[in-house]
Design a protein around this ligand. Structure first.
Ligand SMILES: C[S@@+](CC[C@H](N)C(=O)[O-])C[C@H]1O[C@@H](n2cnc3c(N)ncnc32)[C@H](O)[C@@H]1O
Length: 202
């Protein structure tokens, strides 16, 4: 009975924090729809689909672009090996503060266009993987191109960019820069999403 009550309380807490997170996210979306690009944080199904594409044993250096309220950040921090390092980018100051408050001692960087500069300052020679939630299709084309080029340059040969989008619009842009692009579909997300697994040439 006590176990049941504790479980119920835990689930209640989880639900409350997910609702709070969704409200914060929606507010940020209403303030800057093209920058935030989505009305809700990613679902646990999309999170799992993204995380399952990463070889966690082989991944030491990883970057997350567009962390939002930190749904992917939490999984990355949990799964990353002990000697690993993650560079998290979020341009919205309120969301950035939210993640930093949840993870004391953690630095969240701003604009993902500064990826290579941050890598240099943090003495990270290459990235094994990049996880992106950036709404590339609605960002200004110059910003999208500059982030995709920085991501490609920052990855090691054979490294992967895992990105989700709500359409197949970005396929040719990824194909232009990466050797192979695989697409899968996650229905259980609002809205349903396409997951792009883009691999840099060896
Ligand atoms: C669709 S939301 C995804 C949030 C979260 N990762 C998720 O899956 O729920 C995209 C996020 O990218 C951020 N963003 C947009 N442009 C950015 C940029 N140039 N650099 C860093 N973050 C950016 C937005 O502020 C927003 O929080």
């Amino acid at each position: 009975m006590i176990k049941y009550a504790i479980n119920l309380r835990r689930q209640g807490k989880k639900l409350t924090s997910r609702i709070t997170e969704s409200v914060v996210f929606l507010r940020r979306f209403l303030g800057a729809p093209r920058q935030v690009g989505s009305v809700m944080p990613s679902s646990p199904y999309l999170t799992k689909a993204m995380m399952d594409k990463i070889d966690w044993k082989e991944t030491r250096y990883i970057a997350e672009l567009g962390a939002g309220t930190g749904v992917f950040t939490r999984s990355i921090v949990r799964k990353l090996r002990e000697d690993g390092k993650v560079l998290v980018f979020e341009i919205d100051p309120a969301l950035k503060t939210l993640i930093e408050t949840e993870n004391p001692g953690f630095t969240v960087y701003g604009d993902a266009r500064n990826l290579q500069e941050v890598m240099r300052k943090q003495e990270i020679p290459f990235l094994d993987c990049i996880v992106s939630s950036l709404p590339f299709a609605v960002l200004p084309p110059r910003v999208t191109a500059s982030i995709l080029d920085a991501a490609n340059r920052g990855l090691k040969p054979g490294g992967k960019l895992i990105a989700y989008q709500y359409s197949k619009h970005m396929k040719p842009y990824f194909e232009k820069r990466f050797e192979s692009v695989k697409i899968s579909f996650v229905l259980r997300n609002v809205p349903p999403a396409f997951v792009y697994e883009c691999q840099k040439s060896q």
